[in-house]
Design a protein around this ligand. Structure first.
Ligand code: ADE
Length: 247
């Protein structure tokens, strides 16, 4: 089985390790399906007092991580230039992470994620070494560590062998540009609320048909913006309308 390596350049390696070592990603680490290497950029600051950051040229609030701390940490990951990992800077300026990007990254052998802190990092380091800049949403975090954990989690679960069930991710929200249909478990009636009878029918074709329509309705109700990108047949629309009316 092939494995994928995540390198994380950070000032808070324990925050990353604590998170990735938990639960499903933790088991993937233990099985060697994913590998995690954290590098503390403070170890590469180039001075004896551990100062990784400095004030912004031209004025401004906060401190920036120096280009040297970032570059030397990154360079410690490999010897030959051709072995450089695919490198991502997590920042609110990046393109917003989606399922397609998670799948794309899951096909890489090694991904290095650089976490900024304070005001971020010297832009020259980003320009020199980063292949892309990724944001996890249009809001600002205090540092890139949580964003790195989100990326590692969403990418890892797309790697073969990480989820216990092979088709666990084929039938879920965002995989085909739609949300997953609502799911139910025992009991079939709870507080007078019933599970759609077709799901108890044992009729696989009818269940499949119901789920396809329910998935489109779910998307229509909760994320109408996603529906714009789909081509929906006249028959499918009729079924969706009928189901929505019955809700
Ligand atoms: N660092 C600070 N805010 C961020 C965001 N929204 N996404 C990724 N990294 C960040």
């Amino acid at each position: 089985m092939s494995s994928m390596t995540f390198d994380v350049l950070t000032l808070f390696p324990e925050q990353i390790e604590r998170n990735v070592k938990e639960s499903i990603t933790g088991r993937a680490l233990a099985k060697g399906i994913i590998n995690l290497k954290t590098v503390n950029m403070r170890d590469f600051c180039g001075n004896t007092y551990g100062k990784v950051d400095d004030t912004v040229y031209g004025g401004g609030t906060g401190l920036l991580i120096t280009a040297r701390s970032v570059y030397d940490s990154w360079r410690s990951l490999f010897e030959k230039e051709e072995d450089r990992p695919y490198t991502v800077y997590v920042s609110p300026k990046g393109s917003v992470l989606d399922q397609k990007k998670a799948i794309e990254l899951s096909r890489k052998k090694e991904v290095c994620i650089i976490c900024g802190h304070y005001e971020g990092i010297d832009s020259r380091a980003v320009d020199l070494i980063c292949d892309e800049e990724i944001s996890i949403g249009d809001y600002v975090l205090t540092g890139g560590e949580l964003a790195a954990c989100v990326i590692i989690d969403s990418v890892s679960r797309m790697i073969e062998g990480v989820l216990p069930n092979e088709d666990a991710f084929t039938n879920e929200s965002h995989m085909d540009g739609v949300l997953e249909s609502p799911q139910y478990t025992m009991p079939s009636t709870w507080k007078d609320l019933e599970v759609p009878p077709v799901l108890l029918s044992g009729n696989d074709a009818a269940i499949e048909d119901h789920r396809r329509t329910a998935s489109l309705v779910e998307t229509w109700v909760k994320r109408p913006d996603m529906l714009d990108k789909l081509e929906i047949s006249e028959t499918a629309w009729q079924k969706m309308l009928a189901m929505r009316r019955s809700l």
